[in-house]
Design a protein around this ligand. Structure first.
Ligand code: XIL
Length: 313
């Protein structure tokens, strides 16, 4: 194909992208490509606590509502992102003592998951709970509420939206390593306790500066064997500048290898990228010297990585 997709027609998995409400309303070509290629969307920032309640008791659902409305009009599925995360967390939350923190967490999850009840296919309930060595990240939630904050968050989310699939989500858990081991053990223990957890979200932020992770297929399979779904939730592949044809080909291999690993496991149900165009990506702001991490270039032309996915099951 010269024109592009739809990519989602090439697979029976959900094929998603992160989306920003502001670009959706301001850029017709951005909206057109998103709508053509993908059948799922994840709000990039619009559902984060720091966006919806930056000031205690003052809610701003405008961006989230706009994306939910877009999804309804275009028939897209929605991945909610994210209920409990240490980052983009308002200071007023971080400053609370344990008892009050516990009660605002309850309220936040009830409010947000409740507002979109029945409209969200899957929620990233807890995001980035682990350190690289597999220990718990010392967030305000971990430090003040203890280990059970994760189980509690899943129970609260399930009560607020009983039909949504509830996920734990993290980065650097694509392959077999201490962090993915810890995620595996946590999911196993939550399942044993009857906590409503339904999936593991593997972010998939990769870079050509690092080797492709070891054991991606085996890792996806071991998660699935616990009786949960697996989703690739935020995939992108950063290129150390300058971009060359060789690097674009290597990028296509990284994307393709994850796509193939997901398709090798029945319960890997979603392949979502963190944005779709190099015109708008979090990468250059956060990783100086790297860019061009998406499937489409800044002019919305599909890149070799796109054709790699398009040509495969
Ligand atoms: C990023 C957004 O893309 C940026 O716009 C924002 O400034 C910071 O957060 N892991 C996640 C996402 O779970 O929420 C992050 O999104 C990227 C890393």
């Amino acid at each position: 194909p010269h024109h592009g997709g739809p990519l989602h027609s090439k697979t029976n998995r959900w094929v998603g992208s992160a989306v920003a409400a502001q670009h959706l309303s301001a850029e017709a070509d951005y909206k057109k490509v998103l709508t053509r290629e993908f059948d799922s969307v994840t709000p990039e920032n619009e559902m984060k606590w720091g966006t919806v309640e930056a000031v205690r008791g003052q809610y701003d659902w405008s961006g989230a509502d706009a994306i939910v409305d877009y999804a309804k009009k275009t028939g897209k599925s929605i991945r909610g992102h994210t209920l409990i995360w240490h980052s983009q967390l308002p200071d007023w939350v971080a400053d609370l003592e344990a008892a009050e923190l516990k009660s605002v967490v309850r309220k936040h999850i009830a409010d947000e998951a409740g507002r979109y009840r029945g409209k969200i296919r899957a929620w990233d309930v807890v995001n980035e709970a682990f350190n690289e060595d597999g220990t718990r990240r010392e967030t305000v939630f971990q430090t003040k509420l203890g280990d059970d904050y994760i189980a509690d968050a899943f129970r609260l989310a399930h009560a607020a939206d009983p039909k949504a699939k509830l996920y734990i989500n993290d980065y650097n858990i694509e392959g077999l390593n201490p962090k993915s081991d810890a995620t595996y053990e946590l999911v196993k223990s939550l399942k044993r306790k009857g906590v409503p957890i339904h999936g593991v979200g593997i972010q998939g932020h990769l870079s050509l500066m690092y080797d492709f992770p070891q054991g991606v297929k085996e890792n996806i399979k071991r998660f699935a064997d616990l009786g949960v779904d697996v989703a690739i939730t935020e995939m992108d592949v950063r290129i150390p500048l300058p971009v060359t044809p060789e690097k674009l080909k290597a990028q296509a291999d990284y994307f393709g290898n994850v796509w193939d690993a997901c398709h090798a496991v029945k319960r890997c149900v979603e392949f979502t990228t963190w944005g779709f165009t190099d015109r708008h990506s979090w990468v250059p702001d956060v990783f100086p010297g790297e860019d061009a991490a998406c499937l489409f270039d800044e002019n919305l032309k599909p890149k070799p990585a796109y054709f790699r996915l398009y040509g495969k099951k």
